[in-house]
Design a protein around this ligand. Structure first.
Ligand code: BGC
Length: 761
C-alpha cells in the first residue's frame, strides 16, 4: 500500500494524534505537514458553535445561530428542495461560525414514538429519511461544509444507548435501518459518517468491521471518513480503528497513546493507522481550504425568514371541520389558550440545542394578524406542570365567550431529549383536563400541537374542530403558526410517521426499549405503516396524511419501464379555490414472493405546487432496484417476478389510483435438497421427473397413490421425512443420493422430461 503524500513524513505520534482528535470539537493540526485542524459542531437543525466549555449534551453556552425546524418537522414538508435550501443556509452559518463539519443529518428510524430523539430524526420510512437527508447534505456542501450522517446504525432509542445491543435480523437491517444511510451515501457522499454508541447483534458498531468496512466501504463504495459518536470509541480505540474507524472524538490524549502503543507492540498494523490518518488529513486540508474567501457573518433576518418558511411547509393540518382558516374580518373574539402560545417550544434538548438569533411567539403574531378582532390570552397551564385550577377556570370562561378558540398544547421541554426516552405518548394530564373543559364550552376549538415525537390524539381528537401539528418548528414557529391559521400559507405538510391510536398498537411495543442489555427488533421489517397497513390496523392519522385548505385530484396515472427504472406519471389537479402544494406519494405492492412483504412500501414522492384550478403533470423515476427486497436465503437484494401495482396516494391509507406493471425479477428458485418439500420437487420440471422415476422404481406398496384429500397433507412434507416411508425398497441414504444424482444429470443434460414411469438409467 502506498502511503498518502500528506502523511508520509509524519511520525507515528503525529499520525496517532490525527486519528484521535485534539479537543472536544477539534482534530489535531500538524502544521509542519500543512495539515490544519478541523472544527466539528452539532447539528443538525442549527450550528451549535461552542468556543469554550464544550459539551455534547446541550448544557453549556454556544454562539447564537438560526434554530431551524427540527427533523420531525422538516421531514413533514416532504420537500427535497426545501431541505437542500436549509442545508445551504446551515452551510453559510457554519462557515460564518468557523465550522467545517456539521454533525447531521440524523437518519435513524422512528421505530417507536417514544424515542427521546425522534425530533432529530426524519421518519419511520427509510426512503423518505434517506432522500431528505441526502438533500440536506447536498445543500450543506454547496458552501464546502462537510456533513456527518448519524447515528450509524440501529441507534433508535436513547435508553441504554451506550451499551444496548440491537438484535436485528439481516433482512430488517438491510431493508429498514441501513437503507436510510445507504441512500444518503449514494446520493450525497457525505464527508463523514458517525458510528453510533450501541452494538448490533452483540458487536459494538464502532468496532464492527462488517458495518464500518465490509458494508459501508466495500459494498456501498463509501470513501469518506468515519468518526465515532462522542466517546463511543474511548474504551477500545484500537479495535475501532482496526474495524474501520478513522477519527476518535472527542480528543483526550488517551486515544492517541493507545494507538501508538498498539502499533509499537504489533497489535495494530501501522498501515491501518496510516489509512485513517490520511483520511483525516485529506478531509482537513480540503474543508479548511474551503474556508478561504467565505463569509464571516450571516444574514440572521433572511435565515429567520427561511426558518419560518420551512416551519410553514412542515406543519401538518391533521383535522379541519371547517373552522380554519381564521378570518380577521369575522365577528367575535379569538381566545388564545395555552402557555406555549406565549412561550414556544421550538427545539428539543441535548446536543442539538441552539441559542436562537430571535424567537417568535404565536400570540404576538396572531395579535398582529387578527387586525380589529379582539385576541384574549389565557395561559391555561404552567410549564412546571403544577395543576392550577384558577388558570383553567379563567381559560374556560374566556373560551365560552369567544368565537374562535386556539388551544396551544404540547410536550413539556423535559420530555424530549437526547439520553432518555419518553415513557408515554400522552400529553400531560393538566393539559388534557384543560382541553376537556374548554372543548365542552365551545365547538370551534383548534388545537395547535408542539412536540417532536408524535403524541396520542385519540382520547380527544373527536372533541375538537381542528388540529394543527406544528412540531418543534424552530425559532420562527410562532409567526409561521399565525400564517397557517389565517390561511396566508396553505398547509401542505404530511406525516412522516404514523400517529397510532395508542402506544399498545405500535409494532415495537413489546420490544422497546429492551432489557438493558439487548433490544430485540422483533417486529422485523414491519415498522410504522408497513405494520399498520399490512394488518389493517386502524390508526389515528396514517403515514403521509395531511390536509390542505384546497383539494387535489389525481388522474392519468401510467407506469412504463424506461431503461433500468420505472417512469411513473400522474396528473394532479387543484380542484379547490386556493393555491396549494401537495406531497404526492407512490407506493409499490409487490407480487407474491418467497419471503413475506409489507402490503405496500413507499417507493417515490414528489411535492408539487399547483395553482387553484390548475394541473401539474408529475413524472417520477423509480429505479428498479428500489423494488427489491433482501433475500434472507441468498443474502442479497432480489426482485420478485410478476405484477407490481404502483399506487399513487395522498397518504398510505388514501390511494387515489393504481396501475399494474409486469416485471421480470432476479429471484431464483431455491436449490432442491432433501429438505425441500415434496411439492417443491414436483413444481420443478426436472425435480418432478427425478422423483417420479424414483417412486416408480422403489415405491413402498401402495405409496404414491395420493388422492385429492391426501395431496395437501403430503406435499408440504420434506423429502427427508416422506421419502423413507414412501419409497422403502431402498434404504434412505442411498435413495437420497440417487435422487440428487439423477437431478444433477437431468439439470446438466437439460433434456426433455422422460415419459412417466421411465426407470432410472
Ligand atoms: C450525540 C451526537 C452528537 C455528539 C456531539 C453525542 O452525544 O449522540 O449526536 O453529535 O454527542 O455533541
Amino acid at each position: 500500500m502506498t502511503i498518502h503524500p500528506l502523511i508520509e513524513r509524519l511520525s507515528l505520534e503525529e499520525k496517532a494524534s490525527l486519528v484521535s482528535g485534539f479537543a472536544f470539537w477539534n482534530t489535531t493540526a500538524v502544521e509542519s505537514a500543512g495539515i490544519p485542524a478541523l472544527v466539528l459542531s452539532d447539528g443538525p437543525h442549527g450550528v451549535r458553535r461552542q468556543e469554550e466549555g464544550g459539551d455534547h449534551l446541550g448544557i453549556n453556552a454556544a454562539r447564537p445561530s438560526t434554530a431551524f425546524p427540527t427533523a420531525s418537522a422538516s421531514a413533514s414538508s416532504w420537500d427535497r428542495d426545501l431541505l437542500a435550501t436549509m442545508g445551504a443556509a446551515l452551510g453559510v452559518e457554519a462557515r460564518a461560525l468557523g465550522v467545517d463539519v456539521l454533525l447531521g443529518p440524523g437518519v435513524n428510524i422512528k421505530r417507536s414514538p417514544l424515542c427521546g430523539r425522534n425530533f432529530e430524526y426524519f421518519s419511520e420510512d427509510p426512503l423518505l429519511s434517506g432522500e431528505l437527508g441526502a438533500a440536506w447534505v447536498r445543500g450543506l456542501r454547496t458552501h464546502g461544509v462537510g456533513a456527518s450522517v448519524k447515528h450509524y446504525v440501529a441507534n433508535d432509542q436513547e435508553t441504554d444507548r451506550m451499551k444496548i445491543s440491537a438484535e436485528v435480523d439481516e433482512r430488517t437491517l438491510r431493508e429498514i435501518y441501513l437503507k436510510a444511510f445507504q441512500r444518503v451515501i449514494e446520493k450525497s457522499s457525505p464527508a463523514t459518517v458517525m458510528a453510533s454508541y450501541n452494538a448490533v447483534n452483540g458487536e459494538p458498531v464502532v468496532s464492527s468491521h462488517r458495518l464500518l468496512t465490509q458494508i459501508l466501504r466495500d459494498e456501498w463504495g463509501y470513501d469518506g471518513l468515519v468518526v465515532s459518536d462522542w466517546g463511543a470509541a474511548a474504551s477500545d480505540v484500537v479495535a475501532a480503528v482496526r474495524a474501520g474507524l478513522d477519527l476518535d472524538m472527542p480528543g483526550t490524549g488517551a486515544g492517541s497513546a493507545a494507538l501508538i502503543e498498539a502499533v509499537r507492540c504489533g497489535a495494530l498494523d501501522e498501515a491501518i493507522l496510516d489509512r485513517a490518518a490520511a483520511r483525516v488529513a485529506e478531509l482537513a486540508v480540503t474543508l479548511v481550504a474551503g474556508r478561504a474567501g467565505t463569509v464571516t457573518t450571516f444574514d440572521a433576518e433572511t435565515h429567520h425568514a427561511l426558518a419560518r418558511e420551512i416551519a410553514e411547509q412542515s406543519a401538518v393540518l391533521l383535522k379541519n371541520d371547517g373552522v380554519l382558516p381564521l378570518s380577521a374580518e369575522a365577528e367575535g373574539a379569538i381566545a388564545v389558550i395555552g402557555e406555549f402560545a406565549r412561550t414556544p417550544r421550538f427545539q428539543g434538548a441535548g446536543s442539538s440545542h441552539i441559542i436562537p438569533t430571535r424567537l417568535d411567539n404565536a400570540l404576538d403574531a396572531i395579535r398582529r394578524r387578527a387586525g380589529e378582532r379582539e385576541v384574549i390570552f389565557e395561559p391555561g397551564f404552567t410549564l412546571d406542570g403544577r395543576a392550577d385550577s384558577d388558570l383553567v377556570d379563567q381559560a374556560v370562561a374566556t373560551a365560552q365567550a369567544a368565537s374562535d378558540v386556539l388551544v396551544f398544547l404540547g410536550l413539556p421541554p423535559e420530555d424530549e431529549s437526547e439520553a432518555f426516552d419518553r415513557s408515554s405518548m400522552d400529553l400531560p394530564g393538566d393539559q388534557l383536563e384543560l382541553l376537556r373543559r374548554v372543548a365542552a364550552v365551545n365547538e370551534r376549538v383548534t388545537v395547535i400541537l408542539s412536540n417532536g415525537g408524535v403524541v396520542s390524539v385519540e382520547p380527544w381528537r373527536g372533541t375538537v374542530a381542528a388540529i394543527l401539528e406544528i412540531w418543534l418548528g424552530g425559532e420562527a414557529v410562532g409567526s409561521a403558526t399565525a400564517s397557517l391559521l389565517f390561511g396566508d400559507t396553505n398547509p401542505s405538510g404530511k406525516l412522516a410517521e404514523t400517529i397510532p391510536l395508542s402506544l399498545g398498537d405500535t409494532p415495537s411495543f413489546h420490544n422497546f426499549p429492551g432489557d438493558g442489555r439487548t433490544v430485540l427488533y422483533g417486529e422485523r421489517i414491519y415498522v410504522g405503516y408497513r405494520h399498520y397497513d399490512s394488518v389493517g390496523r386502524d390508526v389515528a392519522y396514517p403515514f403521509g396524511h395531511g390536509l390542505s385548505y384546497t383539494s387535489f385530484e389525481y388522474d392519468d396515472l401510467r407506469a412504463d419501464v424506461v431503461g433500468n427504472a420505472l417512469e411513473v406519471r400522474v396528473r394532479v389537479t387543484n380542484t379547490g379555490l386556493r393555491d396549494g402544494a401537495e406531497a404526492v406519494q407512490f407506493y409499490s405492492v409487490p407480487p407474491a414472493s418467497e419471503e413475506d412483504r409489507p402490503a405496500h412500501e413507499l417507493v417515490a414522492f414528489e411535492k408539487v405546487f399547483v395553482e387553484a384550478g390548475g394541473s401539474h403533470l408529475i413524472t417520477t423515476r423509480i429505479p428498479l432496484g428500489d423494488l427489491d427486497y433482501w433475500s434472507s436465503r441468498s443474502r442479497t437484494w432480489v426482485r420478485g417476478t410478476g405484477i407490481y401495482t404502483i399506487q399513487v396516494a395522498a397518504s398510505s391509507r388514501d390511494v387515489r389510483a393504481q396501475v399494474g406493471i409486469e416485471l421480470a425479477g432476479t429471484e431464483c428458485a431455491p436449490p432442491l435438497t432433501l429438505d425441500s418439500a415434496m411439492g417443491e420437487w414436483f413444481a420443478d420440471a426436472e425435480g418432478a421427473v427425478a422423483l417420479q422415476e424414483l417412486m416408480t422404481q422403489f415405491a413402498t406398496q401402495g405409496a404414491g397413490e395420493w388422492d385429492e384429500a391426501t395431496l395437501p397433507l403430503v406435499m408440504p412434507m420434506p423429502l427427508r421425512t416422506i421419502l423413507p416411508m414412501a419409497a422403502s425398497k431402498l434404504p434412505f441414504p442411498a435413495l437420497g443420493d440417487l435422487l440428487l444424482q439423477r437431478l444433477a444429470e437431468l439439470r446438466l443434460a437439460g433434456r426433455e422430461a422422460p415419459e412417466r414411469g421411465a426407470t432410472l438409467t
